[in-house]
Design a binder for this molecule. Structure first.
Ligand SMILES: C[S@@+](CC[C@H](N)C(=O)[O-])C[C@H]1O[C@@H](n2cnc3c(N)ncnc32)[C@H](O)[C@@H]1O
Length: 223
């Protein structure tokens, strides 16, 4: 199984040691399986709300990862209800491939239910990145890493944050490092992502009563 470029980048951003990694909204479980193959944590958890998906993953894990050095568990549950308290140690929660509004609900619910747990989140929303960043700012999490990638002609921000305020780096409303480029290829991706995002919000501005002027200004300041 070959990971998409987007999932490969997400996978490569898992560099710390964690006791538990939660591959949330795992779908076919490709990301979690890759993390399991390289024993990225003591336990890799596969989480999805669709029973058929979890049954298929469970069968494949039984078949191919029965003697894996890392443990694995499957959970057919809503991401908002992760049973973190049942598992001691450090947690990385990965949420990718869903919209920003749903992602915000998950982050909010998890944060509200586990205010005292130190949790890292690795996030890759498919849209509404600005809204996700607003949520992370409101929760006062600290920024560990952020990258911008292009995969199959779509752009993705991947953001790694920690619920502790152990670094001085804060999440900014439109990102910082993602706009930096040290190669012409990267500069080109940055330029096209900015154009695409500004075009999107210009259309929103014309077609709705929602005020997005502040969002457009924030992105324009990146030029
Ligand atoms: C498009 S897939 C994303 C797969 C993978 N994470 C990726 O980035 O490619 C979205 C998955 O989210 C799952 N999902 C949607 N709502 C969910 C919820 N409330 N709790 C758990 N999984 C959910 C769906 O069943 C689906 O498998």
């Amino acid at each position: 199984m070959k990971l998409s470029k987007r999932l490969q980048h997400i996978e490569q951003m898992v560099t710390s040691d964690y006791t538990h990694i939660w591959d949330c909204c795992c779908d076919h479980g490709f990301l979690g399986a890759s993390l399991l193959s390289r024993q990225a944590a003591q336990t890799i958890h596969f989480v999805d709300i669709v029973p058929e998906l979890i049954t298929t993953i469970e069968n494949k894990l039984q078949q191919f990862y029965l003697n894996s050095l890392s443990d694995w568990k499957t959970h057919c549950i809503d991401v908002a209800k992760l049973p973190l308290k049942e598992y001691e140690g450090t947690h990385l929660i990965i949420i990718a491939g869903i919209g920003g509004d749903l992602m915000n609900q998950f982050i909010n619910d998890i944060h509200r239910k586990h205010p005292n747990l130190t949790i890292d989140f690795l996030l890759c929303p498919v849209n509404n990145q600005f809204t996700v960043r607003q949520k992370l700012i409101a929760l006062n999490v600290s920024l560990k890493n952020e990258v911008l990638i292009e995969d199959n002609r779509r752009f993705y921000e991947i953001i790694l944050v920690s619920s502790t305020s152990d670094t001085d780096r804060k999440v900014s409303d439109v990102g910082d490092d993602i706009w930096q480029s040290n190669t012409t290829t990267k500069a080109n991706i940055v330029k096209r992502y900015l154009e695409k995002t500004l075009n999107h919000y210009s259309r929103v501005q014309q077609g709705s009563t929602d005020c997005v002027d502040h969002i457009i200004s924030a992105y324009r300041n990146k030029v």
